[in-house]
Write a protein that binds this ligand. Sequence first.
Ligand code: HEM
Length: 227
Amino acid sequence: MKTGTQYNRSHARTFRERVHPLIIRVTHWINFLALGLMITSGLRIYDASPIFGQTELPTLFEFGGLAYARQWHFFAMWAFFINGGIWILYNIFTRHGRKTTLFSPKDASGVLPMIRYYLRIRKDHPPSGKYNALQKLAYTSTALLGLLTILSGMAMYWPIQFSWLAWMFGGYDVARIFHFIFMALFLLFLFGHLVMVTIAGWGNFLSIFTGKIKVAARPVPSETNVG
Ligand code: HEM
């Protein structure tokens, strides 16, 4: 009689689980490119009239000057806006997004255990789904940060039409400072994100391209395993 553990995928000990739908992978990388363009062209625009004293920031947009940088900035802004909108709507209107990615009030109780785990105060990983409570919080915050970045940009680009927006940020010059701070927060997110992606390893990194990740097959109970 055959004995030993049976696995739930034709006796393979690992199989590739589908973790990121195509729409998530495509929006992720468009977002990365759009943000990269926005930040580099934005620094060129900033350099033409620095808020924090005279600074010569290194940018990719020396060639073509300010006008060229502004055109790229607005092109990337539309890409970022439309692409971000697709990502948010997908997450709001699909079970996948609501369950795995968006932070909801019931995730709040999972935040402290995850912080304790990362600080090594707690040894075992708190139970979580695809993303833990802290990841959900970070990913959901990027949507809010994107919205605030766009609103502060609108306050500067259409100061007459959106004077109420500029007023809400504390005036035109303060909206500029906020716009800069939001950009810096995106860079902070990116730094933390890259640290976590590096720690999570090669298989996880590849998953945002392929959509799949190798996981251990779970043994299934069968009469050959019993007794
Ligand atoms: C500013 C740029 C970036 C932003 C705003 C960003 C944001 C995100 C978000 C929101 C997710 C969750 C996707 C979802 O399931 O809906 C995600 C996942 C992921 N990102 Fe990024 N990302 C950025 C850059 C990068 C870069 C440069 C890499 C790789 C070098 C990367 C690697 C990954 C990986 C591997 C995942 C999969 C899941 C995980 O480990 O959390 N990201 N990213």
